[in-house]
Design a protein around this ligand. Sequence first.
Ligand code: DGT
Ligand code: CA
Ligand code: CA
Length: 576
Amino acid sequence: MLNLDIARIFDEIADILELKGENPFRIRAYRRAARTIETLTQDLKVIAERGGVDELKKIPGIGEGIAKKIVEIAKTGDCEKHRELMREVSAGLLELLAIPRVGPKTIAKVHRELGINSVEDLEAAAKAHKLAELPGLGAKAEENILKGIEQYRGYKGRVLLSNALPYAESIVNELKKLDAVGRITIAGSLRRMRETIGDIDILVVSKRPKDVMDAFTSLEGVEDVLAKGETKSAVIIRGINADVRVVDAASFGAAAHYFTGSKQHNIRIRELSVKKGLKINEYGVFRGEERIGGENEEDVFKSVGLAYIPPELREDRGEVEAAKENRIPKLVAISDLKGDLHVHTKWSDGKNSVEDMAKSALSLGYEYIAVADHSPAVGIAGGLTEDEIAERQEEIDEVNTNFEAEGTQFRVLDSVEVDIKSDFSMDFPDAILKDFDVVVGAIHTKFSQDRETMTNRIIGAMENPHVDIIAHPTGRLLGKRDPYEVDMEKLMEAAKRTGTVLELNSFPDRLDLNDLHCKMAKEYGVLVAISTDAHDAPQMRDVIRYGVATARRGWLEAKDVVNTKRLEDMRKVLKG
Ligand code: DGT
Ligand code: CA
Ligand code: CA
């Protein structure tokens, strides 16, 4: 039982309560608990077994009722409340909740009024214009719902990288405990760190494949065994498909290469091998009948005259040509980062104080953070007023003075995530913006403006002499919200011209800039800031890997990333 499983149960409870139109406060309590649990560093099951309800209640965001349920889940794998609610709704109805743009209130309404129970029902009703007749819904809503269904189908069956990677890592850790398991690796899109994952692929070297198959198909969390063979099995584990294949030690590298893909990359490698009179497949590299390599992945690349290509680049986006000419970039790594230029604190919608965030950053080996709390326009996020800026400044100064006094090289930069308003103005006047160390501009409203307007709105912000960084430049939320329309080429040109940095927001459902945009930024000579947008200290640590992975998929090296620079060098490349 992982923390994520417990969070999933509470989210499902909240979903069903929403469908039933129950008390919003109760719903919010479950959601809050789920969010807290997701980012917790300790294992909840361990806490529940050791300290029970009393110790659980000490965790902020977890009250008596939730704590009792955690104890129950830790003991039995589920709780009665969840089972009871799951009995009340059909699977089809629950599935409707996953459609972007359609909220639980709407679903409850169409279910009650029209007996809609599935995605297919909803689509048919929208197409027959039956929804538009319901109170509170209209033609526009109907159009929106159809768009949402289309988006949903596009993502269906795929999960966010962050939802698959921790599970895959825990499968690997479990299997590693077996004597029968030798080398083991994650393969597939997960090893390439794509932003969404179709299924988990794992390769294992073992002389006793049966032991591996037995262990894998009976792991905790396995919901269904789809296939169990001598060397290959497939299961559904915590809602995600996962494959494990056992291979010989002599084939491990060739298999790792083949099953890491991508398919397009593999095809290119196969073409090269044919030209050299070789055969490359998942079993090895062969000249005629003779195996000339395959134990290590390097064998595959070497045999066709290529330098090693890191998994993140294997998308047939120029990596084969680069490897031929020995110009594979030295990709940026988490250890290159010297700071985080977008975090929140209690002063807006964050959970931790300035000092907590700073200490946490220090423990990650950083030298600076920019506390970019929201500006007032983002009212629900507790935007900073002018008075609060001054009060917050005192706290920042005190934290910095304390670090200096103890000889710690660390600096909190005073910063703001200032709203770029739909009328193109900034949410703070220049007279205020000029005093911040770092200004992060961001769009939070009116995503529906047309492409030209949106492009000019962002370029306008870049032309402001105080705006250093543009946060999450396309506004997308994977699986929930499409990016707004922008002319990315024009944004890149303007960023280059104005010396504005573009953010790669590391939140797993944002990853914005995406991989292709990062590659574009590099080609334009635009610097990227890999930031977390963390709203609490654990997030700062947990989500950065997804941002760095995306930067690597975008070919970025340390020199392309502004927050790999030491403080003084970083400040020199920001405006002013
Ligand atoms: P996913 O699971 O949809 O996120 O994407 P992948 O890339 O993990 O794809 P998957 O799981 O279907 O297959 C894993 C790898 O196996 C894939 O990246 C490349 C390799 N592979 C699978 N089918 C083929 C194929 O028909 N031809 C070639 N050359 N390689 C294949
Ligand atoms: Ca896969
Ligand atoms: Ca697969």
